[in-house]
Design a protein around this ligand. Structure first.
Ligand code: GLV
Length: 310
């Protein structure tokens, strides 16, 4: 069995070692644009270069080393639907996302961002507490990561809301769905957490019109994709105070260019796309398990639905 491996960071050796441990029968071939490839049975990539599409079209399945499929589905029309694309299912990402979002929500709820600024200015000034019952947290996206975040937030007693494409129901979470539900969802979410997949339907969903529907003084946490947010509109709304502060882990251009105005805005907290990192060992173990299932003719979990793009 041969596995075609593509790593944008060029760090292939540790992946090859982990595959040798978890799938010793497989030979791992590293993708290089300028070299002829032997036929491969499976491919492991996340956001493949366009030049890789031809070998990808000839494998039994493509395994993504991430949760989001937008990096490959931008080539949707060039990839045959007969080749399943399988994303990572948790593999250690859920708990990281829960940590990240919980930290950001609590930082705003307990006003730590303001206390950090006060401490830098040498000020001792207790601020009024936010009311828990007014601090509703609305999560856009109820996939594996969205659900894990909601589960973590339940502990703190905030009113919880969720928005998804199709109807869902969850204990202790007020659920909204579809274009019709978005308006009501946004109007009642003091904190909006974006954990949507990036698809043609969700691109730019946090545009000016929609962000204006959030209550005055709302907070935004974007851990989905940069293209969900209209960046200049967010900046305007933060400067006007409609959005009190934002925590952003993802951007339209990554790395965020040095001249980007977000860097200069103290109410925008920037992290370099680290909210839920791919854990290599867990990921290889999971992919190896799924390859074994496929070889036995069994169905595997986490296959991307090409109709919906996630
Ligand atoms: C990260 O952004 C991922 O899709 O796993």
């Amino acid at each position: 069995m041969r596995i075609l491996l593509h790593r944008a960071d060029g760090q292939t050796e540790p992946w090859i070692k982990d595959f040798a441990r978890h799938l010793p029968e497989a030979e791992v071939v590293v993708w290089r644009a300028d070299e002829a490839l032997p036929p491969c049975d499976y491919a492991v990539t996340w956001a493949p270069p366009e030049a890789m599409l031809q070998p990808l079209a000839a494998v039994k399945a493509v395994f993504l080393t991430g949760a989001g499929a937008d990096g490959i589905l931008k080539f949707d029309a060039q990839l045959p639907h007969s080749v399943p694309i399988v994303r990572l299912g948790d593999a250690g990402m859920g708990v990281q996302m829960a940590e990240y979002v919980t930290h950001a929500v609590l930082r705003y709820y307990r006003r730590f961002d303001e206390y950090e600024a006060q401490a830098r200015a040498g000020q001792w000034a207790p601020l009024p507490q936010h009311n828990r019952e007014d601090f509703s947290v609305g999560v856009l996206g109820t996939g594996m990561l969205g659900m894990r975040v909601l589960q973590a937030l339940k502990e703190f007693g905030f009113p919880l809301r969720a928005w998804s494409r199709s109807a869902k129901s969850m204990d202790g979470v007020q659920c909204f769905h579809g274009a019709d539900g978005l308006d009501t969802f946004l109007r009642g979410s003091r904190v909006a957490v974006c954990l949507l997949p990036l698809t043609p339907d969700t691109a730019n969903i946090l545009n000016r019109t929609n962000m204006c529907k959030l209550p005055q003084g709302a907070y935004l946490i974007n851990v989905g994709r940069g293209a969900h947010v209209a960046e200049p509109d967010l900046l305007t709304l933060v400067k006007s105070g409609h959005i009190a502060a934002a925590t952003l882990d993802v951007f339209r251009n990554e790395p965020l260019p040095v001249q980007h105005p977000f860097w200069q805005e103290p109410r925008i907290t920037i992290t370099p796309h680290i909210s839920a990192l791919t854990l290599r060992r867990e990921s290889v173990q999971q992919i190896a398990g799924k390859i074994r299932q496929m070889e036995r003719g069994e169905p595997v979990a986490d296959v991307i639905d090409r109709q919906y793009g996630y």
